[in-house]
Structures are given as C-alpha cells and as structure tokens.
Write a protein that binds this ligand. Structure first.
Ligand code: ATP
Ligand code: MG
Length: 165
C-alpha cells in the first residue's frame, strides 16, 4: 500500500509565473471529473493557479473571479465543463445546493475550489489538494493526492522535476 506521505509533493514558487507553470503542468494531465481544492491564506496564489489552469485547458476569454457569484463555469472544446468556485464569502453551506453542481456531474473536466474549508461538508471530495502558503517572499505549494485518480494524476504530471532545472 502506498503511504500517504508518498503522495505529497512540495515545491517552492518564486513568482506568479512559477505558480502558473505548476498549474499548467497539472492541467495538461488533468483526468476528467477531477476535484481540486485550493487551500491557503489570502493572496497565496489560489486564483493565480486557477487562472493558469483554466487557460491551459483552452479557456480564452476573461476569467472572472467567482468571489461573489461563488461559481463560474467554462465550456471546453472537448465538450466538458470546467468549474471555478470560491467559497470565501459563502454564508451557509446550503447555498451550494442551489448551484446545481449535480447537473455537471456527468460532464465535468475539473472543479477548482478556492477556500473549500468554508463549505467542506457540502462539497465533493477532492482528488487533489493544493495547499499554498506564504514562505518569505515566495510561496510554498504542497500537492496532496486524496484518491487513486489524484495519485495517478500527480505521477503523470511528474511535478517533482519542475524545480530541478
Ligand atoms: N509565487 C507566487 N505565486 C502566486 N502569486 C504570487 C507569488 N508571488 C507573489 N504573488 C502575488 O500574490 C498575489 C496572489 O493573488 P491571488 O489572487 O492569486 O491569491 P488568492 O490566494 O486567490 O487570494 P484570495 O484568498 O484573496 O482569493 C498576486 O498579487 C501575485 O502577483
Ligand atoms: Mg482567489
């Protein structure tokens, strides 16, 4: 059995571009129906990560912040949907029931969820948790696979080589 520790990869990001590079690397290998939690304090780069990820999936127009709407959806060229959520301003986790997440279930590429801690009990379980933390001027980003699909994803993305060059 794989130990949980083996499923965690941490990298240092020195810029928004490097955070974007990590997101792009993961997006290229993104399995369908993937749920990603983006956790971390204000300004750690969750939206930076989400924007780069969505652009890498082919989203070309403006990527709006879901801070007030809670959710933005994007139709991808492969026919699947990408969902970007931000739970920061959610008052009651029942609000999630009104978003109609179930209607995307059979047609989902990825759900990227900022501030999942605010509504954990009403959200689908994560395949991958991206934990971003301030680290001096930089960001420390830890990736943790929570499912077999998440683990296979991390392995295929070969993140451990990202900082090597
Ligand atoms: N290594 C880095 N990775 C990402 N962002 C960085 C980095 N270094 C500096 N920044 C800056 O930090 C800010 C991150 O903003 P962003 O909106 O992505 O954070 P957030 O985690 O989504 O915040 P919020 O909790 O308010 O939604 C940007 O101004 C960005 O330029
Ligand atoms: Mg944000």
């Amino acid at each position: 059995m794989t130990s949980l520790l083996n499923q965690i990869i941490a990298i240092e990001s020195h810029s928004p571009t490097e955070t974007g590079n990590l997101a792009r690397r993961l997006a290229v290998n993104c399995p369908s129906n993937a749920v990603v939690y983006l956790s971390g304090e204000l300004g750690t780069g969750k939206s930076t990560f989400a924007r780069a990820f969505l652009q890498s999936l082919g989203v070309t127009g403006s990527i709006k912040s879901p801070t007030y709407t809670l959710m933005e959806t994007y139709a991808l060229e492969n026919g699947l949907e990408a969902i970007h959520m931000d739970m920061y301003r959610i008052l009651d986790s029942d609000e999630i029931n009104f978003l109609g997440l179930d209607s995307f279930a059979s047609n989902l590429q990825v759900m990227l969820i900022e501030w999942p801690e605010k509504a954990m009990e009403s959200l689908p379980a994560a395949d991958l948790v991206v934990q971003l933390d301030h680290h001096g001027q930089n960001r420390r980003i830890a990736l943790c696979a929570r499912t077999d699909a998440g683990l296979a994803w991390l392995k295929s993305a070969q993140i451990e080589f990202l900082n090597a060059s």
